[in-house]
Design a binder for this molecule. Structure first.
Ligand SMILES: [Zn+2]
Length: 143
């Protein structure tokens, strides 16, 4: 498959998948709020970006392109090899759904944060606080 340089660098970032700028943003913030977590635990479905074992909570930080977010950025499929990318991203979305299902069946509560949602630090902090501080199953803390 031929790729233009822009696509290639995007692939390299996506394939790497760890320690991306969005992940670091969330980690730094969660850490500054006093939360401690484990990274990419291999024994959990989907090797979650952040796991909070004591709270039985998981956070994924998804790149909009790679995981097919319904936002402007996620909708921007490369013109070259369009079909290839649509199929590939579709597979990623399916895998993400399965991962979230598997985690939820094993009693983990999950939060997916999208790359495009991280700019507003105040809002991000609030979402982290809501998710981590409260038991999502109680249903009394819906923002
Ligand atoms: Zn997005």
């Amino acid at each position: 498959v031929k790729e233009d340089p822009e696509t290639r660098s995007r692939i390299m970032r996506a394939v790497q998948g760890k320690d991306t700028a969005p992940e670091l943003t969330v980690r730094r913030l969660a850490h500054s709020m006093g939360y401690r977590y484990r990274l990419h635990r291999k024994d959990l479905p989907g090797k979650p970006d952040m796991a909070f074992p004591g709270r039985r909570k998981i956070i994924f930080i998804h790149g909009c392109f790679w995981h097919g977010h319904e936002c402007a950025r996620g909708a921007r499929v490369p013109k070259i090899n369009r079909e290839y990318w649509i199929e590939k991203i579709g597979r990623n979305q399916m895998r993400d759904r399965k991962t979230l299902d598997a985690l939820s069946r094993s009693g983990w509560q999950t939060l997916v944060l999208w790359e495009c949602e991280l700019k507003d630090q105040k809002r991000l902090r609030r979402r982290l606080q809501d998710f981590l501080a409260n038991d999502q199953r109680s249903g009394e803390n819906i923002a």
